[in-house]
Design a protein around this ligand. Structure first.
Ligand code: MN
Length: 209
């Protein structure tokens, strides 16, 4: 699981082929997004922590859960780069071609709180389109057991503020510009076709970190 990784962080291969999500998400975008953008966050996080062995035993989740306990000189770099690693690995892990629809306790929770999956996704879409500039739209499991939809800027992670992340839509332009140009809504609607609901439900049933 992404949240349990520790220094030194390494790029894991995608759990599917680069072209597996076509036509919704194109292979060229996946190559740049995974091999270049995520690799840069990994390299910068390793550089940030290299001279701080105190934090080599901490998991990504631990690094992100309480940013205030980090020394001031690395706090922003950890926030941006540990967030960048966690958020991207989660984003890639939560995609798959031909995935089954939501089921089980997760589906029940969505139906209870939002009415149905379509209405939940409509709220997530609004958060994705309403996120000014770069960021992610999140479905979060709060400590009180309720689901929360929230847009967060840049590489901020829900564990630093709000709860356990269940699902995320990357709305940085690098996630969609090659194929969708400025059309963030079209990208979101295609992204929503390749969500790995099985993994989202597993996170809901066994939150960690
Ligand atoms: Mn990204």
């Amino acid at each position: 699981m992404v949240q349990n990784q520790k220094y030194p962080f390494k790029l894991a291969p995608l759990p599917y082929a680069y072209e597996a999500l076509e036509p919704h998400i194109d292979a060229e975008t996946m190559h740049y997004h995974h091999d270049k953008h995520l690799q840069t966050y990994i390299d910068n996080l390793n550089k940030t922590l290299a001279d701080h062995p105190t934090y080599h035993q901490m998991t990504l989740a631990q690094l992100l859960t309480d940013l205030d306990r980090l020394p001031a000189d690395i706090r922003t770099a950890v926030r941006n780069n540990a967030g960048g690693v966690y958020n991207h690995e989660l984003y890639f892990d939560l995609l798959c071609p031909n995935c089954p629809q939501p089921q089980g306790k997760f589906l029940e929770a969505v139906n209870t709180q939002f009415g149905d999956v379509k209405q939940m996704l409509a709220q997530l879409r609004a958060a994705a389109l309403g996120q000014f500039g770069s960021g992610f739209a999140w479905l979060i499991l709060q400590p009180n057991g309720k689901l929360l939809i929230q847009g967060l800027p840049n590489q901020d992670n829900p564990m630093s503020c709000c709860g356990y992340p269940l699902l995320t839509a990357d709305v940085w332009e690098h996630a969609y510009y090659l194929k969708y140009k400025n059309l963030r809504a079209d990208y979101f609607d295609n992204w929503a076709q390749v969500i790995n609901w099985t993994e989202v439900a597993a996170r809901f049933e066994s939150p960690q970190g």
